[in-house]
Design a protein around this ligand. Structure first.
Ligand code: ADP
Ligand code: SF4
Ligand code: MG
Length: 349
């Protein structure tokens, strides 16, 4: 639940934030176009935040910016503060190379999009764990013990997996091994970018359940990125919606599903398949999400928005904090619009 915070950087903040992101932006062509545009977001210690939005909306840019891992030659600006549990805050963008190396894996770990293929095919899974432990001067014996425990937590047979080459594992096993690897140095925050996208529905759901268990056992904070709203609604405490490289709304999961205020959030909810609702009530979102060049004027959603006015074409809308920490758009929610949210309500805890 969002509350005012005494930290002046955190006027929209959550209590005890582990990450405070302020005005984070990413540009590629010397400031000509933004692929992450002025995003401010707090992640509370111990919570799971789901980031949703269509493909190309900037979700991966947002995730990578939390570790200062934007692909070259992107330029990341703004403020990103990491608050360790028992230490002074760290300004991530002020860190030198060594500081970043330490931050990644040991404090903030990330499962990158499509990372399943990043396992070296010529090295057994054991080698990947050993390499990571050695690179951070961690105790090999204790580290491998932790690896085995994590693999068991993820319902894998540690001996079998550690002694396998990546190609000997199924997709679901590979993804779970990757999650175990990302946690082997005991980070506080795990950022996962579409970690289950390549898996079948059943495997996606069971991995999400296991992630919920890991959060409890290891006091983890998680950021889970996906374009699959029902999937993340079952796991996340809060949801953040991205459109055209901006964060357009953030709220508690249930609040978002019941009262999502931004017209794009409502369109996302309405385009979500609902097993209970007649097919004709499912409405795909018309139009295409914009590319970074030639963004529509004013509110970037205006060409697709059924509520767009002349003002929306000219002005970028402002946001304010609503009940429950939602950053509300300029228009109030229309409850009757969400015909397909019954299934989502059922999934949201
Ligand atoms: N390496 C890159 N160089 C330039 N533009 C990029 C690069 N990677 C992604 N983009 C652009 O940044 C925008 C946001 O991308 P991304 O964060 O990957 O979206 P999402 O994860 O939501 O699908 C997209 O328009 C994409 O074309
Ligand atoms: S500002 Fe206007 S165009 Fe943009 S989402 Fe709101 S109503 Fe729609
Ligand atoms: Mg992505």
């Amino acid at each position: 639940m969002a509350t005012q915070n005494s930290n002046p950087r955190s006027e929209r903040g959550v209590e005890d934030p582990i990450i405070e992101m302020r005005g984070a932006s990413v540009t590629y062509d010397e400031g000509e176009s933004y692929v992450l545009d002025d995003v401010s977001l707090d992640i509370g210690r111990g919570e799971i935040v789901g980031i949703i939005g269509e493909s190309g909306s900037g979700k991966s840019m947002l995730a990578s910016s939390m570790l200062d891992a934007i692909p070259d030659p992107g330029l990341l600006t703004g403020g990103i503060r990491y608050n360790p549990p028992d230490d002074e805050p760290i300004e991530i963008l002020d860190l030198d190379k060594e500081g970043i190396r330490e931050l990644r894996w040991e404090h903030v770990s990330m499962v990158f999009q499509g990372a399943m293929s990043s396992f070296n095919p010529t090295m057994k899974i054991r080698g990947h764990f050993a390499e990571t432990l050695d690179a951070h001067d961690a105790d090999r014996t204790a580290g491998m013990e932790r690896a085995r425990e994590l693999l068991s937590d993820l319902y894998l047979d540690p001996d079998r997996v550690l002694d396998s080459y990546p190609h000997e594992l199924s997709g679901g096993m590979t993804q779970r091994a990757l999650i175990a690897l990302s946690l082997v140095l005991d980070p506080d925050l795990l950022v996962m970018d579409e970690p289950t996208a390549a898996l079948d529905l059943l495997m996606q759901r069971s991995i999400l359940q296991l992630l919920g268990g890991l959060r409890e056992k290891y006091d983890l904070t998680m950021v889970f990125i996906t374009h699959d709203l029902p999937l993340v609604a079952a796991l996340a405490d809060r949801l953040a919606v991205m459109y055209a490289f901006k964060l357009v709304e953030i709220a508690d999961t249930r609040e978002m599903i019941e009262n999502g205020g931004h017209p794009y959030t409502r369109a996302l909810l309405n385009s979500t398949p609902n097993l209970d609702a007649p097919l004709e009530e499912m409405r795909p979102i018309d139009g295409k999400s914009p590319a970074p060049i030639n963004l529509p004027s004013g509110c970037a959603y205006h060409p697709r928005c059924p509520l767009a006015t002349e003002q929306c074409r000219e002005e970028v809308p402002g946001y304010h904090e609503g009940v429950g920490g939602a950053w509300r758009g300029v228009f109030p929610p229309r409850r009757g619009d969400q015909r397909n949210s019954a299934e989502l309500r059922r999934l949201a805890r």
